[in-house]
Design a protein. Sequence first.
Lengths: 534, 539
Amino acid sequence: MTYDVIVIGGGLAGLTSAALLAKAGRRVLVLEQRDVLGGLHSTDEIAPGVRGDAAAHDIGWIPSSVMKTLGLDERALALVRPDPSAVSLLPGGSTLTLWTDPARTASELQRHSPSDARAWRGFGERVARLAGFLQAIYEGPAPEPLASGATELLSMLGLGRKVRSLGSDGIIDLLRTLPMSVADVLDETFEHPALKGLVAASGVARLVQGPRSGATAFLLVHHHVGAPPGAIGSRLIARGGLGALAHALAESARAAGAEIRTGSAVTQIVVSEDGVKGVVLAGGDEITASTLLSTLDPRRTLLDLIDPIYIDPELSQAVGAVKYRGACAKVNLVLDGLPALSEELLRGALVVAPDMGYLERAFDAAKYGAISDRPYLEARIPTLHDASLAPTGRHVMSVLVQWVPYRLRDASWDGTRREALGDLVVDTLGDVLPGFRERVIAGQVLTPRDIEDRYGATEGSLTHGELTLDQVLFMRPVPGLSRHATPTPGLYLAGPGTHPGSSIASAARAAAVMGASKRRPFSRPRGDRAPLTR
Amino acid sequence: MKNGRVDAIVIGAGHNGLICAAYLARAGKKVLVLERRHLVGGAAVTEEIVPGFKFSEFSYVVSLLRPEIIRELDLPGHGLQILPLESTVTPMPDGNYLAAWGDHDETRRELYRHSPLDADAYDEFGILMHHMAHAVKPIIGMMPPDPTSLSPKELLSLGKLGGHMRSLGARKFYALHKLMTMSSADYLDEWFETDVLKATKSASGIIGTFMGPRSPGSAYVLLHHYMGEIDGAFRAWGFQKGGTGGVSDAIAGAARRFGAEIKLEAPVGRVMVKNGRASGVALENGDEYHADIVVSGLDPKRTFLKLVEERELPGDFVASIKRFKTRGSSGKVNLALSELPRLTCMQPENIARWGGVPIPPERYLRGAISISPTMDYVERAYDDAKHGSFSKRPYMDVVIPSMIDPGMAPPGQHVMSIFCQYAPFAIEGGWDDAKREAFGDAVIDALAVHAPNIKSAIIARQVLTPADIERITGLTEGNIFQGELALDQLFFLRPAPGYAKYRTPVDGFYQCGSGTHPGGGIMGASGRLAALTILGERT
């Protein structure tokens, strides 16, 4: 059997691109190193008889064009948009809740701050407007300000039109807001500390920066691409865990003719002067193909899997300089019952970020290679959306702990430190969630290093590289590679480490570049690579 | 002159106000400058706070002053004389030190002692930053285009800007993008491995801002400070002979020579507006001066929220000005010294221990001493500030002007200027005398770690918190740039969208302070561009 395309990685990006390419008639083989599909978004057994989201536990955006092409809807993909979106667990056991319906949130805010309640709708509209603009960019190839040619000119003009459609106030707001700190944006808008803490969390989630750091407003907006207008803090989860989403995509890929092999780790990408030749698997088997799409992070792909003599030194330096910086550890807990909070609230993301100062201090510790004893937590209870994940009466709680350094300064990760981190999470939640501590009967701790070891993500970065202004658009992953093609003929990149920083959307972009798209000509800059950094 | 009429009134005799006045007078306008204090200069003044000791009280080094201004106003002819400040010594926690000299090869040799890799990278870094400064230079000198406008003129201007960017080529364009968006810590991490080198370099990325070296956006300020020019030589810093006030005196001299009148102790209370047009100003004592052109060199908040009645301004403009960030973050400690500081790390036996080349104190004390021993030290200084207190161990830029210009202090004695960061204006509970002295003590203690004789050498000290800077100079919140140099407050957003071209919502009323494009430092570009706008030479 020969293949037109080998896709490395059976995560959301790999499966999506496989489905799109197979649908376009390509013979596709997907190679996944683990026995389970989904990569960072897989659902694993975390204790006997209990399954949960292993690393990431929610996703932001699935372009509707992808769903349309694959003939899948949210239902087929097992997607759920929890409502409430986010619940802030405050000291003393009180809560502040963000609902997907801004009117409901506003009335909730009324009891905390009438002025914030009044400002809520406008803020939601503003974020939605800015996110809508990002989405418009994200749906196309990364803008390349230096590229020339009629196609580029037209696409830049198109972008200019999109910008102008924001109106002059919108343009100013866009240019002014993106480089700001999320703290400054929120200080301009709201007064209630708990509200600011909860919204700010969305501007620093999965990032090693605090709310006072520049350009965290960009990340806030980025996280709202694809969210319903006004649904601040809203993310998607999947019924049965994110692994269910991976399986739905895999099924779609298989139905279109793609072959998917698990337990097949790629140890080398074989390259010659003319380009890609194939891959070598862990067992030594070699599979040939002249087109390869890697959905591993750019460092793993370009620096670990390819003989360095085939990579331009300047490119390898640029790839080596990409900031990965895993920000989160994952603590999965098994509960023998629910904490004493209304079940409706428990269905949302449970956030420990009581104010921006708390977040800032939690971040401070990470700067010096330590973990704050008051960490920022985001917990989800997927069993409330699908009880089959655990035996009756049991629940799974997935907790992302931020900021947990990949490298501890004065220690290395070992069993004791993992256990201490688990205890810290239980204690922190126990302080704000009545009746929580007693419910915990088992747990699993994955440090950023564990996430790297298990899922292959460099430094445990859930986004395959930080989402900061110097690493997005034409800079993602590095200048010259933002259009998914690499200088090695036949080798393409996808995954959240590439434009636009989201697994499924990047896969759609890469598949389009590789010829899966029927649209032409302007939205398909095939082979039209931007200049390299030299 | 009382209740008189002139062509143009400039409010505030800071360097930008004076430059604006000089250009207007040079073009034949009858110009009156009104200054609240008893001397010109604003934050660029020299004062004899202790008898016999001249302090460059606030701003203490010069590098950014635009060469075309020096030329066009013939400032050397009016006393501008910049004495070069060539070296920087940074003491390290382990007793070692890092020195940078005016001589490139000497710096390279010193760096080699720390890291051969960094010594090599230093050359390339210097060349790149030089290119970056040149890449940004045309932008500094241009009127910010309005990206929202569709008028052919604005589109042309935007197109020119785009053309300029593309003409840089890929390598420089991407490097510039990184400089505009990265943190100085990350940016420097891409170049160097020596922590103390990165710490010292990153320090110039935080001066005057409320950011730490690890906050994205700080790399731009690094570049801003790289743009200094003296006689066309990039990156050079220097002292004005006789103190920074001498720069202001030179500009004032030029302005007077062109016929401008400068009135001291004449605090303006409000700008008079008739039918949406500026008609003059009223002093706090009620005296009125009339003119069709009124220019404010004060910061945007003071200009629009204190001098003009709110009803004369559009609501969204007032909202923009209110949210314009002016968080003061730095303080100043000025010392009169009976003797020179003895830096432990620079004693010959210590230098020998670390394998360095012995250097006489007369040499290294002519330069700056940077208290930035590690990147974490600088970052922790910021941590204190963002959580509401002054830095227990502040970053400090220490210079001894009397080493270069002996006239600054009595024979054998010295003046020391210590720029310290962070000292937030919005300190928890507000500034008071006790906190000011505690801050002064923290600064001296942090310096005494590296120069133990400093405490006994102090004859007198002046501690200036951001609250003091505001009280004395009028700079809102003591912000030395009249508004932070953050990406969301630069170019066409400085100080407010739609009003980045020195005009204001009131006809005939203009702004010329560093709260406008291109921003702070003793650069003078704002004053000049404002004057050219008023004269119709730039639109």
